[in-house]
Design a protein around this ligand. Structure first.
Ligand code: ZN
Ligand code: ZN
Length: 340
């Protein structure tokens, strides 16, 4: 089989690799599409290191080719599926208490992380989710990031009719927007890029705002009887984005620092007294559980979450490097790698 292998920072090679054998308690899937997420962009740029060589990719979808003899689920060859590419041990404290996104053994020795930029993968049956007939495999590759957004909004305890501010209108911001709308929230989306804001508006944002042109906090407060947003998700790693979040939140509001990748480790732009007096809750979220994944697949299959506007480009093996570069720019939302 063919794999796009990251042999070093900035260097991706298409290599002939060994096709996995389907174990008796595994499902062998022919991967068709895999999203190029921030993680892949960081690995490619050398900003983040796991090890080289590595086959990146964790947002995959494909067709079941073989089912092991001891698999008990109804999954069958020919089924179209979304793939949960993250290993979980099902034995640690977190796995056993419904918090498998924090599994202690996700990256344990001997576990091959990622791997979606390959033509085949063999995984445990619980990591394979059958998709609805109306959902394309390209769309199904979005189950993973949508699941992360559901985890994020659930952690914030978003309720129907609440005001949610999403800072950043990149792919994660816009998937948060869709998920928050499904949960019954009124959604504000802020970004300094007007083209991205336009997409947010087309995808159903109740309010869009550009903090380069207007005071974000003032605008949110003007629409919420002076209070501010009930909850806020920060999907941009820029410090002004984080500042805007804290300025726009109401008393007893909740903030999720969803994207926090910064080379230095800055302090939060809020002082302890304000946190104390305003009862601001601050959290981050990491990944998603199998339950979040299941909900994401169902919402995509039901047509309740529409990610079609986020597919900016499909790259093949031959232009994988160019695809990753394009994915890092603000002129694209999501770029998918086609494993053909
Ligand atoms: Zn991702
Ligand atoms: Zn575990």
């Amino acid at each position: 089989m063919k794999s796009a292998v990251l042999v070093d920072a900035g260097k991706i090679e298409i290599q002939e690799t060994e096709k996995p054998v389907c174990g008796e308690n595994e499902v062998l899937v022919r991967i068709k599409y895999c999203g190029i997420c921030t993680l892949e962009q960081r690995l490619f740029a050398g900003d983040m290191k796991i090890y080289y060589p590595i086959v990146p990719g964790h947002e995959a979808a494909g067709i079941v080719e073989e089912v092991g003899s001891r698999v008990k689920s109804s999954i069958a060859a020919g089924d179209r599926v979304s793939l949960d590419m993250v290993y979980r041990c099902h034995q640690c404290y977190y796995c056993r208490t419904g918090q498998s996104n924090l599994c202690e053994n996700r990256f344990a020795k001997g576990i091959k992380p990622l791997g979606g930029f390959s033509q085949y993968v063999a995984v445990e049956p619980q990591r394979v989710f059958r998709i609805g007939d109306g959902l394309s495999l390209q769309e199904a590759a979005f189950a993973e990031p949508v699941a992360c957004c559901l985890r994020s909004l659930k952690k914030l305890g978003v309720q129907p009719a609440e005001d949610v501010l999403i800072v950043g209108a990149g792919p994660m911001g816009l998937m948060h927007l869709q998920a928050a709308l499904v949960m019954g929230a009124r959604v504000f989306v802020s970004d300094v890029d007007d083209a991205r804001l336009k997409t947010a508006q087309e995808m159903g944002a109740d309010f869009i705002l550009n903090p380069a042109k207007q005071d974000a906090a003032e605008f949110v407060k003007s629409q919420t009887e002076g209070r501010g947003a009930d909850a806020c998700v920060v999907t941009s790693p820029a410090m002004p984005a984080l500042e805007a979040a804290f300025q726009s939140i109401r008393k007893n509001g909740r903030v999720n620092i969803y994207t926090a990748y910064m080379h230095d480790k800055p302090a939060l732009p809020i002082d302890m007294n304000t946190l104390h007096r305003n009862e601001v809750l601050v959290t981050g979220t990491e990944g998603r559980t199998e339950f979040d994944f299941q909900q994401a697949v169902r919402l995509l299959s039901f047509g309740k979450i529409n990610i079609k506007p986020l597919i900016s480009r499909i790259a093949g093996f031959s232009d994988a490097a160019e695809g990753i570069r394009a994915a890092s720019g603000t002129e694209t939302q999501r770029v998918l790698l086609e494993l053909d």
